[in-house]
Ligand binder design. Structure first.
Ligand code: SF4
Length: 127
């Protein structure tokens, strides 16, 4: 282990076993130097992604004009890079959609060039 190693304990969220995985890694080379506690390889893959390229599905709401509700709930169709969430939220905050909107309707297609869409998860009728 070199002096630049970082130690972490993470709980894997892939399956109900919830393995507590302890590891050391080099933040510069993004290399895991030791890992213990994962019962399967998926745990190591998840840890690598969580440490070096964390992804999240964004759930939020978007402004609706002319609707029975002022907002409609939305989500991304896929998990997106955590580093893109702030910019994506700013885009969503600056956007509005005219009622009616239906579940599954795409409100932003591949926003910011991301490999996903933003869709409605709760419909809003026209006033
Ligand atoms: S390491 Fe494997 S067995 Fe353990 S919680 Fe993750 S997916 Fe499940």
């Amino acid at each position: 282990m070199n002096n630049d190693s970082t130690t972490k304990i993470l709980t894997c969220i892939i399956c109900p076993n919830s393995c507590r995985i302890s590891l050391t890694y080099d933040p510069d080379t993004q290399e895991i130097t030791s890992i213990h506690g994962a019962l399967c390889k998926k745990g190591k893959d998840w840890v690598e992604q969580e440490l070096f390229k964390p992804m999240r599905t964004l759930c939020s709401s978007i402004r609706i004009t002319g609707g029975r509700e002022p907002l409609a709930s939305i989500r991304t169709t896929k998990a997106v890079s955590l580093s893109s969430i702030k910019e994506l939220m700013e885009l969503i905050k600056a956007s509005s959609i005219k009622a009616p909107v239906e579940i599954g309707q795409v409100v932003l297609s591949e926003p910011l060039g991301l490999d996903c869409d933003v869709i409605i998860t709760r419909g809003v009728d026209r006033l």
